[in-house]
Design a protein around this ligand. Sequence first.
Ligand code: LLP
Length: 437
Amino acid sequence: MNYQEWLKNKDLEYQNGVLHIAGANTIDLAKKYGTPVYVINERLIRERYKTLKQVLDSENKNNQIHFAVKANTSLSVLKILLSEGAGFDCSSVGEVHTCLKAGAKPEHIIYTGNMFTNDDFKFAVENDVLVNLDSISQLKRLARIHDELGKEKKIISFRINPEFGAGHHVHTITAGKEIKFGILDNQVIEAYLKAKGFGFKQFGTHIHIGSGIINPYDYDKAIDKYLGIIINLADTLDITFEFVDFGGGLGIPYRPEEDPLDLEVYKEIVVKRSKEAIEKMGMEKPAIKVEPGRYLSAEASIILTQINTIKNNGYKLFAGVDAGFNTLIRPTMYGSYHHIISCLQNEDRKEMKYDIAGPICESGDILGKERTLHELQEEEYLAILDSGAYGFIMSSSYNSRPRPAEVLINNGEDMLVREAETYKDLLKSQIIPDHLK
Ligand code: LLP
């Protein structure tokens, strides 16, 4: 894929010398809303959802995509996905609450927490939300809370750790013996046997092996192991599954030299094999579920940021911008690459190498290292791509810098969907004790 196509695939294009997102002029947006600002492209979210849905449908229509809300909890994003038919994967009560507020029904939600508290369970049971347990030890408390609330024990699921993990960074690999998530192979029978014993009537199973998987073959071993485990489970305990969940993890091309994830290969490895396994178990019912976060939302957002300082220290060139690791933590936290481009098409200028530096008072506040760009000037704008997953949601107000606004582009119109925080907001939850007044 050439570079123009790569950009076009993210619905980005230079028109009349200016970068446009979904047909909207990025410089006009930056001036109208101020910077830094997150810009979300509604049509790309819909497009990604439809593409994945078609791929799943082509092999097994009994499927459900649950958007992993941890990637992006903007109510607009949730409502867009809900209108497409998505369900949600939540990792906390806060996320479940947000999804319910966005209009999701409890049956659209899977709550895959870890280190659940009694309050977490209480909220889930009171709201009829399916809990996907992370440890056998949690079962007893969950069962007791059902009894205390007088709720019928309907469906239960466990997160299984298939030991073969993958991901873009060691912190995003979520399977393996050393990893805190899920239950290992040798505890699976015991877990479901106990669940039966506590009176749960229906069962699901789940894995999530990691995040940022651009090579679909990385799923290969984990899927084989998982299917082996659940075939054995169904056989041994004579149970059928309501759903078999393969988690998320589907990567996106952050770098221009990367191609998008090959969904056809993903389908072969995950969907086709699971269908065969389900047939082998003689089950008709189970839906297959997947839980992508990044795949659905990452490429749909860019951050617009203004250059305020071009600094040549005699050794290195820095382009200082008003977005920093408070706005987007991924480069600093994981060393992640986010492609950064000028909003002005400036190819007539000579090429230079810059470190794109944020305003945070730490040397690690570099959004892009040694990036080759056509000469930049102070007061011009840059776009940081692929920031729609784990972007705003992981932002902070570090250095007392308020979080930015979010703007949605739909049908050529731009609309504010989240106001920027104010300095007042930064202080609003603090209480000054009497003796300091
Ligand atoms: N399901 C479960 C149970 C998960 O824990 C996750 C992500 C997902 C689904 C969605 O994964 P995705 O499809 O988005 O890869 N902050 C990191 C990513 C952490 C992901 C944690 N769990 C980053 O910025 O790359």
